[in-house]
Design a protein around this ligand. Structure first.
Ligand code: 6MZ
Length: 361
């Protein structure tokens, strides 16, 4: 389905460390193996395996974090992940990542995020708009001018950041992440995400930080119902997040509540099928939400871990549910309403889609 690749798309649920190219992970693991920090042959097959239960995914993340958590590597993976999404004709990317403190590398949550920003700035295969204000910075500005001058600018991707709170974190660490996000609002940060192993941590631990974010006008998206936990699902819906991710283990009552509240759902089909939170594509809740006209956005979750891309997710939904080119285009376009960036960006995206529609017909 070539048209799934060529049509403009909006990605709202992509974890940085889940979206790394296999080739990069293998290269970095091999280097660490040579330094004696890990045994490469032990990790090679773990990286290349693609069917994993949900619990195994979080073990893999622990390994990935050992491989990637230094400033230089964080910069590199950020650059590559953005280039890969742009290659797939994603025109607006909300990339989420957990700011990490790693004392042995002299890394704080703030310096981790600086490395991410450096990665955004170093993208050179595509023009990146990552913050209207930041574009006025001399460094960012000269970057754009360079590209204009040397003619390498082929297309444009808007990149915005969500800072993730990992469910393993304390209330204090969660608050630190929210404060950092507020500090970085002029550098492309547009919201907060709660993610991590869904069987770890308790909702009340994160609530104060999430309420503070909301009070400060920072939108919040929650991983909600990735495993059965009705009490938590109810508490999360009561919080009225701006969006939720997954919603795999909802019962009738929770569906009713969600639909009444009209909270948009980030749908990650391949991730849900690979981790067996949903049995197969044909029974995915995408179908019910789509038919009920409930706001939803197709997303990748972890394109590296699950060997997928946003165009593959569009192709999967299209072939499973018999949706045509125009219906999938409309679905992609509707995602504009659910992005966390400002109205100016929404207006520009609407223009990009209007131009693409002329070519589609
Ligand atoms: C919940 C997930 C996830 O933040 O280090 N993450 N959390 N459910 C999922 N479904 C499969 N996939 C990824 O990216 C990796 C982190 O994102 C969260 C986990 O906390 C994981 O450690 P960053 O860039």
């Amino acid at each position: 389905m070539e048209w799934c690749v060529t049509m403009p798309k909006i990605e709202l649920h992509a974890h940085l460390n889940g979206s790394i190219r296999d080739s990069t992970l293998l290269e970095l693991a091999r280097e660490l193996g040579e330094k004696g920090a890990i045994v490469f042959s032990d990790v090679e097959h773990v990286i290349l395996k693609h069917d994993r239960a949900l619990s195994e995914v979080f073990k893999l993340f622990d390994l990935i974090h050992v491989i990637t958590t230094d400033h230089e590597t964080v910069t590199r993976i950020t650059k590559e992940v953005i280039e890969d999404f742009a290659d797939d004709n994603v025109v607006y990317l909300e990339l989420r990542t957990t700011p990490k403190r790693n004392d042995s590398k002299g890394m704080s949550k703030r310096s981790y995020m600086q490395a991410v920003l450096e990665g955004i700035r170093s993208v050179n295969s595509v023009e990146v708009d990552f913050s209207h204000k930041a574009n006025a910075d001399t460094s960012a500005h000269s970057h754009f001018v360079d590209h204009l001058c040397n003619g390498t600018r082929s297309k444009k991707i808007y990149v915005r950041l969500l800072l993730s709170i990992d469910r393993r974190e304390t209330a204090e660490a969660a608050m630190e992440t929210v404060e950092l996000a507020l500090e970085m609002r002029d550098r492309g940060v547009v919201g907060i995400d709660l993610s991590g192993n869904p069987v770890v941590g308790e909702w009340p631990t994160f609530l104060p930080a999430l309420e503070f974010a909301k009070k400060q006008g920072l939108p919040v998206t929650l991983h909600c119902g990735e495993v059965p936990n009705p009490d938590e699902i109810h508490a999360m819906l009561d919080f009225l997040p701006s969006r939720i991710g997954h919603a795999c283990c909802f019962e009738d009552e929770e569906w009713k509540l969600l639909k009444n509240l009209k909270i948009p759902v980030e749908i990650c089909m391949t991730s849900n099928i690979r981790t067996e939170t949903i049995a197969s594509a044909d029974v995915h809740h995408f179908a019910d939400l789509y038919r009920s006209n409930h706001p939803l956005i197709l997303c990748t979750d972890d394109s590296g871990i699950f060997s997928t891309s946003l165009s593959s997710e569009y192709a999967l939904a299209s072939s499973t549910f018999g949706l045509g080119k125009r219906e999938m285009f409309d679905l992609a376009q509707k995602a504009i309403d659910f992005i966390f960036a400002c109205d100016g960006v929404k207006r520009e995206l609407k223009m990009i889609f209007a131009t693409a529609l002329k070519k589609l017909n």
